[in-house]
Each structure stands twice: as C-alpha cells, then as structure tokens.
Design a binder for this molecule. Sequence first.
Ligand SMILES: C[S@@+](CC[C@H](N)C(=O)[O-])C[C@H]1O[C@@H](n2cnc3c(N)ncnc32)[C@H](O)[C@@H]1O
Length: 275
Amino acid sequence: MNSTLITDEELNSINQALLNRYGLDFTDYELSSFKRRVVRIMHKNNFENILQLWRKLLYDAEFASYFKDEISVGLTEMFRNPQVWSYLRDSYFSKFKYNDSISIWHAGCSTGEEYYSMCILLNELNKLNQSELLVTDLSDKFIKLTQKGEYDLDLLEKYKGNYKLYNTYGFFNLYYTKNETTGTFKEVIKPKTEFKQHNLVSERIYKKFDIIFCRNVMIYFNDSLKMKVLEMFYENLKPNGVLVIGHFDALPQNFNIYFDYLSPEFKIFKKINQP
Ligand SMILES: C[S@@+](CC[C@H](N)C(=O)[O-])C[C@H]1O[C@@H](n2cnc3c(N)ncnc32)[C@H](O)[C@@H]1O
C-alpha cells in the first residue's frame, strides 16, 4: 500500500479512535509523514486495509502503545551535530558561575543519547552538582531505555567519533562500563535527573528552565501545533532562557513572537523577555 492510497478521512478515523480510547492526540501531526508512518506499520504487521488497523487499535491497548512508539520513533545519536555541543560548552555554559544552579529540560529524549551527551558535557565542565535535569518523551519505553543507559558497543564506537569532534582530548570510554556486547553509562556522570513520560501536545510542565532541548521532535508537528509548543516552551523558560532545536527543524514564521536567534547556524534561540 502506498501512502497516497490512505484518504484523509481514513486517517481521521484512526486519529479519533486513538484520541477517544487512549487520549493520544496525533491530529496536528504533519500529514504526509504521519501517513507514511501509518503505511509502514501496516506493512510490518500485514494489515491489508485501514479497517483492520482501526479494529486492532481499538481493541488491543498493547498494539496501540506499539503504534505510538512506531509513529514517533526517530533516529538519535550522541553528540549529534558536534559543533552545536562545542558551541554550547564554549559560549553558553561558560556564563554559569560555579555556584549558579542550572536547570535543563530534554523534551523528546528518545533512547537517551542526547541526555548522556549532556551528562558528559556537564561532567567535563565540573557542573554536575549544580545541575538539575528533566528528561521526557512520549514513549514510556524510550524513557525506560534512557534511564538504563545501555547501548551496543558498536553504537558507542560510532558515538565516540562524534564525541572526538566535540572534545579531541577527552576519553569517551571512561564514561561507561563495558559488558559483553554493550556499555552502560556510569551513575557518577548523572546529575540530579527526573525521567518522565510526557506528551508535549497535551501536557504542561510546571517548572522553569535555563535551557530546553527539543531537537528533531517538532518535525512531526504542523505549524499551529509548533506554535502551541513554542508558547509552552516560552512559559517554561526563565528570563534569557535558551531553546535548542534540531538541524532540520523548521519554525513557523511567527516564532519571533517568542524567540530571537542566538545562533542561527546552530538553531539556538533566546527567549524574548517581553512578547
Ligand atoms: C527523532 S527523535 C529525537 C531525539 C533527540 N531529541 C535527538 O535529536 O537526537 C524524536 C522523539 O520525539 C518523541 N516525540 C514525538 N512526539 C512527541 C510528543 N508529542 N511528546 C513528546 N515526545 C514526542 C519521539 O518519541 C522520539 O523519541
């Protein structure tokens, strides 16, 4: 089945089922990529038509949870776009004095690679003790994997390549304990952290942060949903707070109600203090 064969009406029936039965709201997800992902799920599970998928979603909560993970699954890696991390280390984190508190929210953390990159950055700047992190994702499975912090050794080898571009002189292998085929990040490099399943579309967080990471998450959202999420981030940032988005994330034109560019090159934004 090709994604153009699913009609908007059929997709709407899937969305209504998910919303009514499980409170899962994908109605403002970007239509064409949402359709492509639905088709991929149908192929993988040998569904012949949308009605079969609709029935399965309605009557099988476990499948609905799998569907949610498949829709939102995304690629991630440690020190993704290494220059962004170097910029943050050299130009942003250096402004915090040794006793200033630093609060960070990773929204859409996936399987935790972004979180462990931050742990290493804070550790190398000697800022672990003054930092407090909130790490969230729509998928509870991803949150559990993030907490565990265990990755295949060949993946870690790949991540080491990125790390070396970020810090030529560091020793990446010191940060994890080697098991047979995997490596687990050490507890000592974790600052105080809350791990939480959270839906950016429908749930608020009642805390203020110095910096919010939401990289490669809004790619799934249409412009009106992006604006809703940007407004929420605006509310969640302290004065002069900073938002980091992904290299391929595009913001709607009127994002500048809430944010100014801090670094256009690295897609880093500064909260406007009075909208
Ligand atoms: C491509 S991954 C990005 C991971 C990481 N931020 C990075 O850039 O490497 C996108 C993540 O966004 C999460 N996500 C999608 N929709 C979400 C929502 N409504 N609320 C919270 N997280 C969401 C997915 O579960 C997935 O883990």
